[in-house]
Design a protein around this ligand. Structure first.
Ligand SMILES: C[S@@+](CC[C@H](N)C(=O)[O-])C[C@H]1O[C@@H](n2cnc3c(N)ncnc32)[C@H](O)[C@@H]1O
Length: 388
């Protein structure tokens, strides 16, 4: 394992480390490009050396941590983790955080492939060049890695016709879907046609889409999720535990994750500027056609609920919004009913939990009385980025 901060900064700045002030300016300039200038972002921003450096210093660790957290939950599944080789296509790969997440899992002994084949699809040559350096720097010595890049347009049907011959196990769109849709004007129907090529032969093909945790991006992702399920017979692996239409969308709401992480130390200055840095905020979905679901790894036959909100503390009670059998349900427990060491009070956003009885208050509202035992089944873990 290498010291992530030290190595990545050396790689970005070719051993001439920037001052704290220079680094801060580059990161803020790039962050503004995504936050405030979203609609004005030029298509080829990766060509600009400042943006490429700022992106790699800031968004690469952030996105790497998101992908790592999602893949860790994906590889919980025994028949998935037992594979000995894996083929990954990364669409709009940029400087390749997706494959670095696989390397981290391997180095931590959480996966044990013999062979990884990786194909990054990207329009910008500069991003590809940097991605290659990242792979060379971080690839584990004991893993057989074969990688290639395809410098091509991911909004073009021909790209997918070519890629289907590779028969990938995983296709990942990490923060690239929005750009492909918005810059090239592709529609949901076009995207479904692209993905259809990968559904013919292999039931175990996995499609992973990660988007920002904003209302616009998350809602578009979940609309797409519903169509991929309806039109192509996909079934979610996670975060959803059923293939019913998205409950958040139906409630005119949006569903996103907020997972705790420990960022590389050189990003700590962001919190002193009032920016949120300790949580990864994103929306995502993993889809497969064989029906494997994270729920199967929970070893419970009872009720399973995904908490989509924070635990909201109110006078005399606390509440949360749980996704339960295709509905967003307002679940509450009165303070007077709290038990010693009550697991209810420890449920974080994104956790899966269960309980053994409840009282119906209305069609979308229930109460957990004192006699109810609440059990947290699984919560995403904290991701730390000191080493890779
Ligand atoms: C926000 S970055 C995401 C990079 C990386 N996947 C990540 O998670 O950090 C989006 C990437 O998609 C690439 N991209 C945008 N439109 C594309 C297209 N039509 N075809 C191929 N790549 C595209 C951009 O050049 C950029 O590198």
């Amino acid at each position: 394992m290498q010291n992530f901060s030290e190595v990545i900064l050396k790689l970005i700045f070719k051993n001439k480390l920037p001052s704290k002030h220079q680094l801060k300016n580059l990161i803020l300039k790039t962050s503004d490009l995504f936050t405030f200038l979203d609609l004005k972002r030029p298509e080829n921003y990766m060509k600009d050396q400042d943006f490429l450096k700022g992106y790699t210093a800031y968004f690469v660790p952030v996105n790497l941590a998101k992908i790592y957290s999602i893949l860790k939950e994906f590889f919980r599944y025994p028949s998935i983790i037992n594979k000995k080789d894996i083929k990954i296509i990364d669409i709009g790969c940029g400087p390749c955080p997706a494959i670095l997440a696989v390397f981290k899992l391997f180095k931590e002994g959480l996966i044990s492939f013999n062979y990884v084949r990786y194909i990054g699809v990207e329009l910008q040559e500069e991003a590809i060049k940097f991605g290659k350096q990242m792979i060379e720097q971080f690839k584990p010595e004991t893993l057989n890695v074969n990688y290639d890049f395809l410098k091509t347009d991911a909004s073009d049907m021909k790209t997918y016709i070519e890629l289907k011959e590779l028969k990938p196990d995983i296709m990942i769109f990490s923060n690239s879907l929005g750009e492909i849709f918005d810059n090239k004007g592709i529609r949901k129907e076009d995207f479904i046609k692209f993905i259809k090529y990968f559904t013919y032969s292999d039931e175990s093909f996995s499609l992973i889409i990660i988007e920002p945790g904003t209302k616009k991006s998350a809602s578009r992702l979940h609309e797409l999720r519903d169509s991929l399920i309806g039109d192509l017979g996909f079934y979610p692996y996670s975060p959803c535990i059923n293939n019913l239409p998205c409950a958040a969308l139906m409630a005119n709401n949006w569903c996103y994750e907020e997972r705790r992480w420990i960022p590389p130390e050189y990003l700590n200055f962001l919190s002193s500027m009032g920016l949120q840095i300790n949580y990864l905020k994103f929306s995502y979905v993993i889809l497969r056609r064989d029906g494997l679901n994270i729920r199967d790894t929970f070893l419970t036959d009872g009720i399973v609920i995904k908490n989509t909100s924070h635990l909201l503390k109110e006078k005399g009670k606390s509440r949360l919004w749980g996704c339960w059998d295709g509905r967003l349900v307002d679940i509450e427990r009165l303070k007077r009913d709290y038990t010693d060491e009550d697991e209810w009070l420890k449920i974080k956003k994104g956790c899966y939990f269960s309980f053994d009885n409840f009282i119906n208050l209305s069609e979308t509202k229930i109460r957990l009385p004192r006699s109810t035992s609440v059990k947290i089944i699984y919560c995403p873990e904290v991701v730390s980025f000191n080493s890779l």
